[in-house]
Write a protein that binds this ligand. Sequence first.
Ligand code: UPG
Length: 465
Amino acid sequence: MSNSDGIQSCLHVALLPSSGMGHLIPFLRLAASFLRCHCQLTLITTDPVVSLAESQLISRFLSAFPPVTEKKFTLLPLDPATANSTDPFTLQWETIRRSAHLLSPLISSLSPPLSFIVTDITLMSSVIPISANLCLPNYMLFTSSARMFSLLAYFPSTKTADGSFQFGNVIEIPGIPPIPRSSLPPVLLNSNSLFAKIFSENSQTITKLNGVLINTFEGLEKQALDMLNSAKGLPPVFPIGPLLRCEFEGAESLATLKWLDDQKEGSVLYVGFGSRTTTSKEQIKEIGMGLLLSGCKFLWVVRTKILDKEEEEGLDEILGYELMQRIKSSNNGLVVKEWVNQCEILSHKAVGGFLSHCGWNSVVEAALNGVPMLACPQRQFGDQRINLEVVEAAGWVLCVKSSGWGEDVLLKGEEIGEKIKELMASESVKLEAARIGQEARKAAGFGGSCKDSLKKLLQSWNKAH
Ligand code: UPG
């Protein structure tokens, strides 16, 4: 039976997210979109999960949507021989990949049988053989930018006869501005790293996918999207962004909202570096100095541990008593170390700037709210410099130029302070941010490309079956 959009009302979709909030959040927002299209949904959750934030979000999602079936996917222990990473999220990707064969009986046991599965990029090369064996269409939700996906799609062509990868100083991908080698994370340039191995294996399986969903929209990445959708041999790309915050994600704390309510419109710089970026105490001191030197109001989320379970110190210990006192007596800032509802903060009228690491979800959330960005991407993580290039091309970002953070380069408070002043005073960046905000809301709104892409995806599946 089909509805008025020509979409079967009995589609059964399974989602298999990977580890880390930066991956889980877009998957659950996508899940909510499928539910709005009346799909039946199974969420495959790993046992164990890495962080407290992930397990809490999964619980809230399942409570908000009782018809969703949760299937627990019990993971095998990690093989120490392949575990050459210290990052618990990358190690979890490897653990899931290692356990992928166990998905076969899990998927086969689902009733009614699945129409298709949506997998995370980090798991693709191990899940595709399983889904192919079950004749199950496999789509991927790519949680980063279309520009980053272009690099992934292009990656196999850099392979040399001895199996290593060769890059020049600039990576020329036809149809998009070149990517400088310096934008690639060192772990990708080291063919022996676990990250490079996973990236390379996944890149070689893209052509086997039925489609790729990207949390982006034309107003932000038209060139890359046009290139991808006209490239030979690639699966269709569906720009389903900006994915919107959902109620199950919870509300921001009343104290934070009250503080924001008391500030002037557009006066507050929000400082947050996503879910897995740790900041050294030395760097925290410099950021604190920069914030104070700027004289601006600020709301700052600090995080010193990769794993939230291990975040035990109080703010006085993390920032140091003296810096904490200076912030208190300046009356300019609010510092928190808990998980915040970033989307709600970015949508508050008091927020006029965002000091960000350029995690892709943060970029899209800033775009949606038309918030100017000040970027300090971390090079050691996969995509942040490449994401910055997207925002730079659209003109609504300034960058802390000496940004080598994560490569043992300390960003100095003076530079941070100067850049904050420049950002908060820049009318041109504000205008571009407002323009991108309008584009983003148009894409997300009634009749916009976001819903249209999802509809096209479901219709394309229908036509094929
Ligand atoms: N968030 C909150 N509250 C917090 C911290 C984060 O709501 O206190 C949310 C934020 O709104 C966003 C997500 O958590 O939705 C964080 O995602 P993102 O901004 O992409 O940063 P990371 O958590 O660092 O994401 C990882 C990678 C990043 C990559 C992203 C998507 O570090 O480089 O772009 O995954 O693949």
